[in-house]
Structure formats: C-alpha cells, structure tokens
Design a protein around this ligand. Structure first.
Ligand code: SD4
Length: 301
C-alpha cells in the first residue's frame, strides 16, 4: 500500500489537491482523484485560466484544452479548442474511455460532448470579459505566444495540472486550461498534448507543465521529465533538467526564456517542481490531510 499524494500547479492547486487527497484517502484511483481535483478548479469562477470564466482568445471566444492519462495502462485522452463545454477534463476522459482515439478538437470535440450528455454553456462571465478587455495586448499586459521580455508582467500562465499517487501505487494525471489569454483562434498549446503538458507512466513517474505552451512543446516537457526519472533522476532533478532545457533552447534562439514551470511525482511519493526565472511558480501538495503551498525552484538562464 502506498501513501497517497496529490500535487497540483499554482496556488489554486490547493483546491485541487484538497479534493483529490480526500478521495485518495477513501481509496479512489489516482485518475479519479486527479479529475475531481481538476474539475473543482474548472468550476471556480475566480480562476480565469481554467474552465468556467477562462479568459478568451483574441476574438473573445473561450476555447478550452485538456487531457488525462492513466499511469497503469498508459491510456490517455484529450480535447483541444473546445467551446461552450465547461468540464473538458471529464470530456478528455470520455475520449479515452469511449472512443478508439486520443485527441478530438474543435467542433468534433463539441459534438462528441453533446452526444455524451455534456451541457452547452456560456463560459464567459461579466468579470472575465472585463479582465480580458483590461488585459488586451498593448494595455500594459502582454499575452503573446512569444517569450516574454524581462520587464514584462505577463502572468496568465495558469493551467491546472494535477498528479496523484493512489493507495494501490498507481499514478494518474489531468491537465486542463483555457490556454493563453488572447491567443490566436485555433492555437493549441501544450496542455492537451500527451508528452508535452502531461505524461504519466507507473514504471517511471508522472509530470506536467504550465506556462507558455510553445516552449513546453519545443522540448516535449513532460515526457522529458518522465524519461529522466526512468533514467534514475529524482522528480526534483528531472524538473530542473527540463527547465534547463527550456533555458538552453531560448539561448539558441537568442531570446529570454519564457515563463514555464513543471511538477513531477514518482511512485515512491517523491515530488519535484521547478520553473524558469521570473515565473514565481507556486504549487500545492497534499499528503494524508496535510496540505502545503510551496514555491517552485527557479532555475536562472
Ligand atoms: C498553454 N500552458 O496553453 C498553457 C497556458 C497556461 O499554465 O496557462 N499554462 O500554453
């Protein structure tokens, strides 16, 4: 029997790990617990980077991405560019369980959601619309897909990624986001891409990312971390290795590293977290009712 652990990105990850930990202690599977935790954040109107009240793209449409992965079987499912469906992580799980596919996008994903009984909803709230207006590029905040310059106050990198270890010793993970605010219509980041925003394998470990998705995709962030754990690195060492890789690829392109962060968990219950400079990355960990919000280690370029 393993001691259950839940880890999730950002301060609102506390909501996710609190829900997940409660379920894990009752014997829920890692995937069920991670999904319930992520869904609690999707439902929170105060979190405007995930699910309901997520910040819209450049034309004012809320477009969501999510994926799930079961570390026991490597079963996984994902959806991208989904409009008017709130619980996209649950939808990703349906893709995993009810179809022979892994990733559904846009209208096809929405049609599948309707077939599965998910309700259509307006995900924009008056408050998120106001915030979107205020945060338009050129209005003091940049929400570009380009790496942010050093003096930038670009902070809307708030995907929730939840990784869990259950009593049976299985790992499960979920990643869900509205993506970068003001993104181009059709843009998809790392979050719904297996191996990029999330990767979970009982035989090596689990990892997830948050931040500028283009930079996470460039290094296949989560798979990089899981394979580093397979090769013997601790979750912390593996996250740091991935951040150093992000730094190195930025240097090769002659740009400042974008804000990116990673979390990781292995089957021994060890956790790790690291981020690029200026990311001010916080994450939450729950073990047996004990919940902490911690600061991710910043790795300078
Ligand atoms: C993306 N990684 O779409 C996401 C953005 C985000 O925390 O908010 N991450 O690139």
């Amino acid at each position: 029997m393993a001691e259950p652990v839940a880890i999730a990105t950002w301060v609102f990850g506390k909501t996710a790990v609190t829900v997940a930990d409660d379920l894990l202690r009752k014997g829920a599977s890692a995937l069920d617990a991670a999904l319930a935790g992520a869904q609690a954040v999707e439902d929170d109107p105060e979190v405007n980077s995930v699910g309901y009240a997520g910040l819209p793209n450049s034309i004012g449409t809320v477009s969501l991405d999510a994926c799930v992965m079961d570390g026991r079987t490597l079963n996984c499912g994902a959806v991208a560019g989904v409009e008017n469906i709130r619980h996209v992580a649950a939808l990703a799980r349906r893709v995993m369980e009810k179809t022979p596919h892994i990733l559904l996008v846009g209208e096809g994903a929405k049609l599948f959601a309707l077939q599965q009984g998910f309700p259509l909803e307006n995900l924009l709230t008056p408050k998120s619309l106001e915030q979107w207006e205020k945060s338009k590029p050129g209005r003091g905040r940049r929400d570009s897909v380009q790496p942010a310059p050093p003096d930038d106050d670009y902070t809307s990198h708030d995907t929730v990624t939840v990784l869990c270890l259950d009593k049976e010793g299985n790992l499960g993970g979920v990643c869900t986001t509205s993506g970068l605010a003001h993104k181009l219509p059709g843009r998809v980041g790392d979050s719904p891409l297996i191996g990029h925003g999330l990767y979970v394998d009982n035989t090596a470990g689990a990892a997830g990312g948050t931040g500028v998705g283009e930079e996470i995709i460039r290094i296949a962030g989560s798979l990089t971390i899981v394979e580093a754990m397979r090769a013997g690195r601790s979750p912390q060492e593996a996250c740091e290795l991935a951040v150093r890789k992000v730094n190195a690829t930025a240097a090769r392109r002659g740009v400042h590293p974008a804000r990116v962060a990673f979390i990781a968990l292995n089957t021994q219950g060890q956790t790790g977290a690291a981020c690029t400079a200026r990311t001010d990355f916080k994450f939450a960990v729950a073990r047996n009712g004990h919940i902490e919000v911690l600061q991710g280690k910043e790795i300078a370029p």
